[in-house]
Design a protein around this ligand. Sequence first.
Ligand SMILES: *Cc1c(COP(=O)(O)O)cnc(C)c1O
Length: 391
Amino acid sequence: MKDQNKKQISDRQRRFATRLLHFGGEIDGATGASSMPIYQASTFHHRDINDPPPFDYSRSGNPTRDALEQYIAVLEGGAGGFAFASGMAAISTAFMLFSSGDHVIVTEDVYGGTYRFLTTILNRMNIATTFVDMTDLDRVKAALQPNTKAVFLETPSNPTLKITDIEAVATWAKSHGLLTLLDNTFMTPYHQRPIELGVDIVLHSATKFLGGHSDVLAGLAVAGSESLGRRLKQLQNGMGTVLSVQESWLLMRGMKTLEARMAHSEQSARKLAAWLAEHPNIVKVYYPGLEDHPGRAIHEKQSSGYGAVVSFDVGSGEKAKQVLGKVQIPLVAVSLGAVESILSYPAMMSHAAMPREVRLERGIGDGLLRFSVGLEHIGDLIDDLSQALQD
Ligand SMILES: *Cc1c(COP(=O)(O)O)cnc(C)c1O
């Protein structure tokens, strides 16, 4: 174990693409196997009762999950990583850092599942939330209360890809003794590393780009400091929201190609966004890489790319349904971040529970579609959308 730790430290000085393959835990310490084995065991034998083994029970720790947790900590540049049964398990467990009577400021277009957790479960624990438009720092500041303990960010947001200035919010939060938590699912550590910008805890639905193959449900959390890491570890073990070993292994397998997948999909997404912006049947395109995106400059300051998600408005619900019915290549589904393209319809999928007026106010119209660009040839994706959009 000691030698592995040494390897991890040297790995951190290497570039991202190299760290993806050589993060320190990729080789089995016991046998030298090229892939960390799936340690399918719930408990571990104490050979000598006076010298307990490094792992004793798989909820508290398992070598396979441990390798994954080390992996995400190295990629995000954090002090400790933690793997959970889903993105929501990671997010809900992190919120257990707070206590009855606390208040949290949350971005208004937070992921729907997080919104539901905060407004139907955490509210019953007497933990209050104020939702604000975080593209405007003054609104974040105005939401501060004497009992505020944290700020929860998501940037770019879903599905209209609004941008929050991470460093500005984190710096302000720190000056008031607040923790900053950020859901980095859309960008992944390949494009955006929030801990380097002052964020305390990074969260992921690893179900999306990190897993990358629409076959694993998983969540990850990374703590920026050792002390926060200890608190997250206590919560993960205490709540038992851990990721299984099979899923831990599958997730690591997917993550090895993160840069290759993200780089390819992002290049295609840029082309798709540019093509959509010129299309006569498209009312509006949302993509941080477009010239007219209001958050473009801030996004470029804090991220190395624009990501693989493009949202666009086709003008009406009728037209949106036409496109969903006529496309041949993408999966028509919720979720995103996979090798195959996924086309979602927020009004009837992710945001169906939101009252229509609120939804329209947030820019999520009946004609809005969200395209998660996969690894297909971009020419074919454009040809397919072109035929689906035809009057
Ligand atoms: C999907 C998603 C989640 C929830 O993750 P699950 O793995 O589905 O529990 C959280 N945040 C964002 C931004 C997501 O896209």
